[in-house]
Design a binder for this molecule. Structure first.
Ligand SMILES: Nc1nc2c(ncn2[C@@H]2O[C@H](COP(=O)(O)OP(=O)(O)OP(=O)(O)O)[C@@H](O)[C@H]2O)c(=O)[nH]1
Length: 306
Protein backbone atom coordinates (compact mmCIF):
# COMPACT_ATOMS: atom_id res chain seq x y z
CA UNK A 1 0.00 0.00 0.00
CA UNK A 2 1.26 3.45 -0.85
CA UNK A 3 2.20 5.76 2.00
CA UNK A 4 -0.08 8.72 2.79
CA UNK A 5 0.54 11.56 0.34
CA UNK A 6 2.60 14.35 1.87
CA UNK A 7 1.37 17.92 1.78
CA UNK A 8 2.95 21.23 2.72
CA UNK A 9 1.86 24.83 2.61
CA UNK A 10 1.86 28.27 4.14
CA UNK A 11 -0.81 29.46 6.54
CA UNK A 12 -1.15 33.15 7.37
CA UNK A 13 -2.67 34.07 10.69
CA UNK A 14 -4.12 37.53 10.54
CA UNK A 15 -6.11 39.52 13.04
CA UNK A 16 -6.14 42.54 15.26
CA UNK A 17 -3.51 43.00 17.94
CA UNK A 18 -4.29 40.82 20.94
CA UNK A 19 -6.56 38.43 18.99
CA UNK A 20 -4.42 35.53 20.14
CA UNK A 21 -2.29 34.83 17.07
CA UNK A 22 0.86 34.05 19.02
CA UNK A 23 -1.04 31.85 21.46
CA UNK A 24 -2.58 29.86 18.59
CA UNK A 25 0.75 29.55 16.82
CA UNK A 26 2.43 28.30 19.97
CA UNK A 27 -0.30 25.74 20.50
CA UNK A 28 -0.16 24.49 16.92
CA UNK A 29 3.58 24.32 16.82
CA UNK A 30 3.93 23.06 20.35
CA UNK A 31 6.89 25.23 21.26
CA UNK A 32 7.26 28.78 22.33
CA UNK A 33 8.55 30.41 19.18
CA UNK A 34 6.47 33.53 19.26
CA UNK A 35 6.40 35.72 22.29
CA UNK A 36 3.14 36.08 24.21
CA UNK A 37 2.49 38.87 26.66
CA UNK A 38 -0.57 40.69 27.92
CA UNK A 39 0.51 43.74 25.94
CA UNK A 40 -0.69 44.45 22.44
CA UNK A 41 1.70 44.71 19.53
CA UNK A 42 4.33 42.30 20.76
CA UNK A 43 4.96 40.54 17.48
CA UNK A 44 7.54 42.67 15.80
CA UNK A 45 9.42 40.13 13.78
CA UNK A 46 7.75 37.85 11.26
CA UNK A 47 7.72 34.59 13.12
CA UNK A 48 7.12 31.31 11.41
CA UNK A 49 6.57 28.00 13.07
CA UNK A 50 6.17 24.59 11.48
CA UNK A 51 3.45 22.22 12.64
CA UNK A 52 2.92 18.64 11.55
CA UNK A 53 -0.65 17.44 11.05
CA UNK A 54 -0.92 13.83 9.84
CA UNK A 55 1.10 13.79 6.62
CA UNK A 56 0.83 17.55 6.15
CA UNK A 57 3.30 20.22 7.07
CA UNK A 58 1.79 23.58 8.01
CA UNK A 59 4.14 26.53 7.87
CA UNK A 60 2.68 29.39 9.87
CA UNK A 61 3.33 32.99 9.05
CA UNK A 62 2.48 34.82 12.24
CA UNK A 63 1.89 38.34 11.04
CA UNK A 64 2.28 41.44 13.15
CA UNK A 65 -0.98 42.93 14.37
CA UNK A 66 -2.81 44.80 11.67
CA UNK A 67 -3.67 48.29 12.73
CA UNK A 68 -3.62 51.85 11.51
CA UNK A 69 -0.04 52.67 10.60
CA UNK A 70 1.30 55.89 12.03
CA UNK A 71 5.06 55.85 11.85
CA UNK A 72 7.22 54.46 9.08
CA UNK A 73 8.07 51.39 11.11
CA UNK A 74 4.39 50.67 11.59
CA UNK A 75 3.75 50.86 7.85
CA UNK A 76 6.55 48.36 7.26
CA UNK A 77 4.88 46.04 9.77
CA UNK A 78 1.55 46.21 8.00
CA UNK A 79 3.24 45.59 4.67
CA UNK A 80 5.02 42.59 6.16
CA UNK A 81 1.68 41.27 7.41
CA UNK A 82 0.11 41.52 3.98
CA UNK A 83 3.12 40.06 2.24
CA UNK A 84 2.71 37.00 4.44
CA UNK A 85 -1.00 36.77 3.75
CA UNK A 86 -0.62 37.19 -0.02
CA UNK A 87 1.83 34.30 -0.31
CA UNK A 88 -0.16 31.96 1.89
CA UNK A 89 -2.04 28.88 0.71
CA UNK A 90 -4.65 29.50 3.40
CA UNK A 91 -5.50 32.62 5.37
CA UNK A 92 -6.92 32.33 8.87
CA UNK A 93 -8.61 35.40 10.26
CA UNK A 94 -8.57 35.26 14.03
CA UNK A 95 -11.07 37.41 15.90
CA UNK A 96 -11.96 37.69 19.57
CA UNK A 97 -15.34 36.28 20.58
CA UNK A 98 -15.54 38.96 23.24
CA UNK A 99 -14.96 41.80 20.77
CA UNK A 100 -16.93 40.63 17.75
CA UNK A 101 -17.04 42.52 14.47
CA UNK A 102 -15.04 45.59 15.48
CA UNK A 103 -14.03 48.47 13.25
CA UNK A 104 -10.57 46.89 13.14
CA UNK A 105 -11.98 43.57 11.92
CA UNK A 106 -14.06 45.48 9.35
CA UNK A 107 -10.89 47.14 8.07
CA UNK A 108 -9.19 43.77 7.71
CA UNK A 109 -12.20 42.33 5.84
CA UNK A 110 -12.20 45.31 3.51
CA UNK A 111 -8.51 44.78 2.84
CA UNK A 112 -9.14 41.06 2.29
CA UNK A 113 -11.85 41.87 -0.25
CA UNK A 114 -9.29 43.89 -2.12
CA UNK A 115 -6.16 41.78 -1.72
CA UNK A 116 -7.30 38.18 -1.47
CA UNK A 117 -5.77 36.15 -4.28
CA UNK A 118 -8.13 34.24 -6.58
CA UNK A 119 -9.07 30.93 -5.03
CA UNK A 120 -7.20 31.63 -1.80
CA UNK A 121 -9.27 30.13 1.00
CA UNK A 122 -10.01 32.30 4.04
CA UNK A 123 -11.07 30.63 7.28
CA UNK A 124 -12.60 32.35 10.26
CA UNK A 125 -11.44 31.36 13.72
CA UNK A 126 -13.39 32.88 16.59
CA UNK A 127 -11.03 32.79 19.55
CA UNK A 128 -11.45 33.06 23.32
CA UNK A 129 -14.72 31.13 23.30
CA UNK A 130 -14.01 30.28 26.93
CA UNK A 131 -15.11 33.82 27.71
CA UNK A 132 -18.53 34.02 26.04
CA UNK A 133 -21.97 32.34 26.14
CA UNK A 134 -22.76 29.78 23.42
CA UNK A 135 -25.75 31.72 22.05
CA UNK A 136 -23.69 34.88 21.59
CA UNK A 137 -21.11 32.83 19.76
CA UNK A 138 -23.64 31.48 17.27
CA UNK A 139 -24.97 34.97 16.65
CA UNK A 140 -21.45 36.28 16.04
CA UNK A 141 -20.66 33.42 13.68
CA UNK A 142 -23.83 34.19 11.72
CA UNK A 143 -23.02 37.90 11.57
CA UNK A 144 -19.47 37.28 10.38
CA UNK A 145 -20.61 34.84 7.69
CA UNK A 146 -23.25 37.30 6.50
CA UNK A 147 -20.53 39.91 6.16
CA UNK A 148 -17.92 37.76 4.43
CA UNK A 149 -17.83 34.53 2.43
CA UNK A 150 -15.57 32.44 4.65
CA UNK A 151 -14.53 28.96 3.53
CA UNK A 152 -14.96 27.63 7.04
CA UNK A 153 -15.68 28.80 10.58
CA UNK A 154 -14.00 27.46 13.70
CA UNK A 155 -14.72 28.27 17.30
CA UNK A 156 -11.63 27.93 19.37
CA UNK A 157 -9.86 28.73 22.56
CA UNK A 158 -6.21 29.01 21.65
CA UNK A 159 -5.35 29.21 25.31
CA UNK A 160 -7.31 26.17 26.46
CA UNK A 161 -6.90 24.22 23.24
CA UNK A 162 -10.61 23.81 22.43
CA UNK A 163 -11.30 23.43 18.72
CA UNK A 164 -7.66 23.76 17.74
CA UNK A 165 -7.41 20.13 16.53
CA UNK A 166 -10.36 20.62 14.16
CA UNK A 167 -8.72 23.69 12.70
CA UNK A 168 -5.42 21.88 12.35
CA UNK A 169 -7.08 18.96 10.51
CA UNK A 170 -8.89 21.30 8.16
CA UNK A 171 -5.66 23.15 7.36
CA UNK A 172 -3.87 19.85 6.82
CA UNK A 173 -6.36 18.93 4.09
CA UNK A 174 -6.21 22.36 2.44
CA UNK A 175 -2.48 22.78 1.86
CA UNK A 176 -1.27 21.51 -1.52
CA UNK A 177 0.16 18.04 -2.10
CA UNK A 178 3.94 18.08 -2.23
CA UNK A 179 7.10 17.28 -0.32
CA UNK A 180 7.70 18.71 3.14
CA UNK A 181 9.60 21.97 3.05
CA UNK A 182 11.27 21.73 6.46
CA UNK A 183 12.93 18.88 8.34
CA UNK A 184 10.29 17.38 10.61
CA UNK A 185 12.01 18.36 13.83
CA UNK A 186 12.52 21.99 12.89
CA UNK A 187 10.18 24.24 14.82
CA UNK A 188 11.12 27.73 13.68
CA UNK A 189 13.31 29.36 11.10
CA UNK A 190 13.86 32.46 13.18
CA UNK A 191 17.48 32.94 14.06
CA UNK A 192 18.19 32.13 17.69
CA UNK A 193 19.63 35.61 18.13
CA UNK A 194 16.25 37.11 17.27
CA UNK A 195 14.41 34.72 19.57
CA UNK A 196 16.81 35.61 22.40
CA UNK A 197 16.23 39.34 21.79
CA UNK A 198 12.46 38.81 21.75
CA UNK A 199 12.63 36.97 25.07
CA UNK A 200 14.44 39.90 26.70
CA UNK A 201 12.03 42.39 25.16
CA UNK A 202 9.10 40.39 26.51
CA UNK A 203 10.55 40.49 30.02
CA UNK A 204 11.15 44.24 29.73
CA UNK A 205 7.60 44.79 28.54
CA UNK A 206 6.19 42.80 31.44
CA UNK A 207 8.37 44.61 33.93
CA UNK A 208 7.91 48.17 32.69
CA UNK A 209 4.15 47.99 32.13
CA UNK A 210 2.93 51.42 31.02
CA UNK A 211 6.27 53.14 30.97
CA UNK A 212 7.91 52.73 27.58
CA UNK A 213 7.20 49.40 25.96
CA UNK A 214 7.04 50.70 22.39
CA UNK A 215 10.08 52.87 22.60
CA UNK A 216 12.76 50.33 23.16
CA UNK A 217 14.31 47.56 21.15
CA UNK A 218 16.68 44.76 21.98
CA UNK A 219 19.46 43.43 19.80
CA UNK A 220 21.71 40.45 20.32
CA UNK A 221 25.19 41.80 19.65
CA UNK A 222 27.24 38.75 20.37
CA UNK A 223 26.64 35.03 20.86
CA UNK A 224 29.43 32.74 21.85
CA UNK A 225 28.90 28.99 22.27
CA UNK A 226 31.36 27.78 24.87
CA UNK A 227 33.16 24.44 25.00
CA UNK A 228 31.34 23.51 28.24
CA UNK A 229 28.00 23.60 26.36
CA UNK A 230 26.90 26.98 27.72
CA UNK A 231 26.55 30.21 25.74
CA UNK A 232 27.54 33.79 26.44
CA UNK A 233 24.95 36.16 25.02
CA UNK A 234 25.48 39.94 24.92
CA UNK A 235 22.49 42.12 24.25
CA UNK A 236 21.93 45.84 23.99
CA UNK A 237 18.67 47.46 25.03
CA UNK A 238 18.24 50.60 22.93
CA UNK A 239 16.13 53.43 24.27
CA UNK A 240 15.29 56.64 22.41
CA UNK A 241 16.06 59.17 25.12
CA UNK A 242 18.64 59.56 27.81
CA UNK A 243 15.87 59.91 30.40
CA UNK A 244 14.62 56.40 29.58
CA UNK A 245 17.92 54.83 30.46
CA UNK A 246 17.33 55.33 34.16
CA UNK A 247 13.86 53.75 33.96
CA UNK A 248 15.18 50.67 32.20
CA UNK A 249 18.10 50.32 34.60
CA UNK A 250 16.02 50.98 37.72
CA UNK A 251 17.39 51.90 41.09
CA UNK A 252 20.95 50.54 41.33
CA UNK A 253 20.30 48.66 38.10
CA UNK A 254 17.74 46.41 39.73
CA UNK A 255 15.19 46.50 36.88
CA UNK A 256 17.72 45.40 34.30
CA UNK A 257 19.00 42.79 36.71
CA UNK A 258 15.55 41.29 37.27
CA UNK A 259 14.83 41.38 33.54
CA UNK A 260 18.15 39.68 32.86
CA UNK A 261 17.45 36.91 35.36
CA UNK A 262 13.98 36.22 33.96
CA UNK A 263 15.23 36.34 30.36
CA UNK A 264 18.17 34.07 31.12
CA UNK A 265 15.91 31.47 32.77
CA UNK A 266 13.66 31.42 29.72
CA UNK A 267 16.56 31.26 27.27
CA UNK A 268 17.97 28.29 29.20
CA UNK A 269 14.64 26.53 29.01
CA UNK A 270 14.30 27.26 25.30
CA UNK A 271 17.88 26.33 24.38
CA UNK A 272 18.25 23.47 26.80
CA UNK A 273 21.63 24.62 28.11
CA UNK A 274 23.16 27.20 30.41
CA UNK A 275 23.28 30.86 29.38
CA UNK A 276 25.40 33.75 30.62
CA UNK A 277 23.46 36.83 29.68
CA UNK A 278 24.93 40.33 29.65
CA UNK A 279 22.66 43.33 29.12
CA UNK A 280 23.67 46.89 28.34
CA UNK A 281 21.41 49.91 27.95
CA UNK A 282 22.26 52.45 25.26
CA UNK A 283 20.59 55.52 23.84
CA UNK A 284 19.86 55.56 20.13
CA UNK A 285 17.50 58.38 19.22
CA UNK A 286 14.77 57.73 16.67
CA UNK A 287 15.53 54.09 16.03
CA UNK A 288 11.97 53.83 14.74
CA UNK A 289 12.91 55.98 11.76
CA UNK A 290 16.07 54.05 11.02
CA UNK A 291 15.23 51.99 7.95
CA UNK A 292 18.45 50.00 8.10
CA UNK A 293 17.18 48.30 11.21
CA UNK A 294 14.10 46.91 9.50
CA UNK A 295 15.97 44.08 7.84
CA UNK A 296 17.43 43.07 11.17
CA UNK A 297 13.88 42.69 12.47
CA UNK A 298 12.74 40.61 9.53
CA UNK A 299 10.75 43.41 7.95
CA UNK A 300 11.14 44.25 4.34
CA UNK A 301 11.19 48.01 4.20
CA UNK A 302 10.98 48.02 0.43
CA UNK A 303 7.35 46.90 0.74
CA UNK A 304 6.64 49.58 3.26
CA UNK A 305 5.55 52.22 0.70
CA UNK A 306 6.94 54.85 2.98
N1 LIG B 1 -9.30 33.79 27.73
C1 LIG B 1 -8.52 33.59 26.67
N2 LIG B 1 -7.45 34.37 26.47
C2 LIG B 1 -6.67 34.14 25.37
C3 LIG B 1 -6.98 33.11 24.46
N3 LIG B 1 -6.05 33.14 23.46
C4 LIG B 1 -5.21 34.16 23.78
N4 LIG B 1 -5.57 34.75 24.93
C5 LIG B 1 -4.90 35.89 25.61
O1 LIG B 1 -4.99 37.06 24.80
C6 LIG B 1 -3.82 37.85 24.91
C7 LIG B 1 -3.23 38.14 23.54
O2 LIG B 1 -2.74 36.94 22.97
P1 LIG B 1 -1.53 36.94 21.90
O3 LIG B 1 -1.39 35.53 21.45
O4 LIG B 1 -0.35 37.66 22.42
O5 LIG B 1 -2.19 37.85 20.75
P2 LIG B 1 -1.58 38.31 19.34
O6 LIG B 1 -2.71 38.31 18.40
O7 LIG B 1 -0.41 37.47 18.97
O8 LIG B 1 -1.15 39.78 19.69
P3 LIG B 1 -0.07 40.75 18.94
O9 LIG B 1 1.25 40.11 19.11
O10 LIG B 1 -0.22 42.01 19.70
O11 LIG B 1 -0.51 40.86 17.52
C8 LIG B 1 -2.87 37.08 25.83
O12 LIG B 1 -3.00 37.60 27.13
C9 LIG B 1 -3.40 35.65 25.76
O13 LIG B 1 -3.13 34.91 26.93
C10 LIG B 1 -8.13 32.28 24.70
O14 LIG B 1 -8.48 31.36 23.97
N5 LIG B 1 -8.86 32.58 25.81
Amino acid sequence: MAEAETRAGFVALIGEPNAGKSTLLNRMVGAKVSIVTHKVQTTRARVRGVAMADASQLIFVDTPGLFQPKRRLDRAMVAAAWTGAADADVVVLLIEATQGLTAGVEAILAALDEKRAAGQPVLLAINKIDRVQAENLLALSQKMNDRYDFDGTFMISAEKGHGVEDLRKDLAARVPAGPWLYPEDQIADLPLRTIAAEITREKLTLRLHQELPYQLTVETENWEDRPDGSARIDQIIYVVRDGHKGIVLGKKGETTKAVGQAARAEMEEFLGHRVHLFLQVKVRPNWQEDSERFDAMGLDFKDGNA
